[in-house]
Design a protein around this ligand. Structure first.
Ligand code: PMP
Length: 417
């Protein structure tokens, strides 16, 4: 079969010659042969994805993503996008009309929020207590915003008084906070922050990529102006789509800009039309959305709606508490001391003394087919991260993760020599 493929696609062989009338019969103008790897079948092994994402995708969601493609502008596709919008409104607990899914990963939503809300020269305030604040500060700087930061070491959190003080000092148009800091395993309190922001005429942007569906978050009740998440964590869809929603207040700012946002692809005037949110009778072509990704996202939002948000939060907390107890029984130290500030979807543990964290992770991958990860950005070398989210979130998986850790702790102790 291999030979047959080669001879069909390159019949003239590597020395084929072309003439002024084109290619000689039996010869080819192709000089680069088909790569050998492309003539082998795809190999994607099964892994237990117990890191901070992506997490394993349930068969029902995989099947939805595998359905035959329809056109991105077909009326049925618009119907599916309308369903997705309703599913996101439920997951976010918002009645915002300007609710949609980005064609792209969590970073796409992050950039969409910043590019549309902030104009060059305007001030933003970014809470940094892990990598996500760092990223937002960098993106804001690149687009010419004046960036002010509130900084804590990974695992730290900000009081409302600290936030208010910084808002009063810097008068930003936007304040960024990460709800689920996956690089540290912290769930940040959000109550009251929206009200403080509005007191200073500032919009509140919250990242819930790692927390949505796992820890309580109520967009409207908590006065969050822009909220985004990712598809690949507790929602258990494949990576590549990212729900986002904008409040009326946020829409007022982004649709009354002096200049158009720098990104055409992420321009909300176009995206709001593509998602049928701008009240115009016709949706016009802007870009080709990820049709299969939207099918899968719709199915994952359907699972969340069937489960119920409150049940989902409760379930994540129960499994996390079982897991935390098991970790402590193994003698491991949880990185976030205060139980109420621990992210239920991504648990962080201090690297145990006498072990090389990379060796632990490699051993567990090799012998148990389980992915855990180390730190990220400022938390590298400080901790290990274990995610049990959505479909992966159950006591059997928690027990499997604990058994793998117990085994690795026995096998990987560094010699004192
Ligand atoms: N924010 C948080 C809290 C995350 O955990 C992640 C992904 N690890 C992102 C943003 C970025 O998402 P993506 O990798 O999908 O771009």
């Amino acid at each position: 079969q291999f030979r047959a493929l080669v001879s069909i696609s390159n019949p003239g062989g590597p020395h084929a010659q072309s003439t002024k009338h084109g290619v000689h019969r039996g010869m080819s103008s192709v000089t680069i042969p088909p790569p050998a790897c492309m003539l082998r079948p795809l190999e994607a092994p099964f892994r237990y994805l117990f890191g901070p994402g992506p997490s394993n995708v349930p068969p029902r969601v995989l099947a939805a993503g595998g359905r035959p493609i329809i056109g991105h502008m077909h009326s049925e596709m618009f119907g599916i996008m309308n369903d997705i919008k309703k599913g996101i409104q439920y997951a976010f607990q918002t009645s915002n009309n300007m609710t949609l899914a980005m064609s792209g990963s969590g970073h796409t939503a992050m950039e969409c929020a910043l590019f549309n809300i902030v104009e060059p020269g305007e001030s933003v305030l970014v809470a940094i207590n892990g990598i996500w604040g760092e990223r937002v500060a960098e993106i804001s700087e690149r687009m010419g915003a004046k960036v002010h930061t509130l900084v804590k070491t990974p695992g730290g959190h900000f009081t409302n008084a600290e936030i208010e003080q910084a808002l009063a000092k810097h008068k930003p148009v936007l304040f960024f906070l990460t709800h689920g800091e996956s690089s540290a395993g912290l769930v940040h309190p959000v109550d009251g922050v929206g009200d403080i922001c509005h007191k200073y005429n500032c919009l509140l942007l919250v990242d819930s990529v790692a927390s949505l569906g796992a820890a309580p978050l109520l967009m409207d009740q908590q006065n969050i102006d822009i909220l985004y998440t990712g598809s690949q964590k507790a929602l258990n869809a494949p990576p590549g789509t990212a729900p986002i929603s904008f409040s009326e207040r946020a829409c007022h700012k982004m649709f009354n800009r002096k200049a158009k946002p720098v990104s055409y692809l992420l321009d909300m005037t176009h995206l709001s039309n593509y998602w049928g949110n701008d009240g115009k009778p016709e949706r016009t072509y802007h870009h080709t959305g990820p049709v299969s990704g939207f099918f899968a996202l719709r199915e994952s939002l359907a699972i969340l709606a069937e489960t119920g948000l409150e049940n989902s939060w409760k379930h994540h907390t129960e499994v996390a508490e079982y897991f935390w107890k098991g970790l402590e029984d193994l003698g491991l130290k949880l990185f976030i001391k205060d139980k109420d500030l621990r992210l239920p979807s991504v648990t962080t543990i201090a690297i145990p003394e006498g072990y090389n964290w990379k060796e632990l992770l490699a051993y567990i991958m090799k012998h148990h087919r389980i992915e855990f990860t180390g730190g990220l950005g400022p938390s590298v070398g400080m901790l290990l991260r274990i995610g049990l989210m959505g479909y992966n979130c159950n006591k059997a998986n928690a027990a499997m993760a604990l058994a793998a850790l117990e085994d690795a702790l026995k096998q990987c102790r560094m010699s004192k020599a």
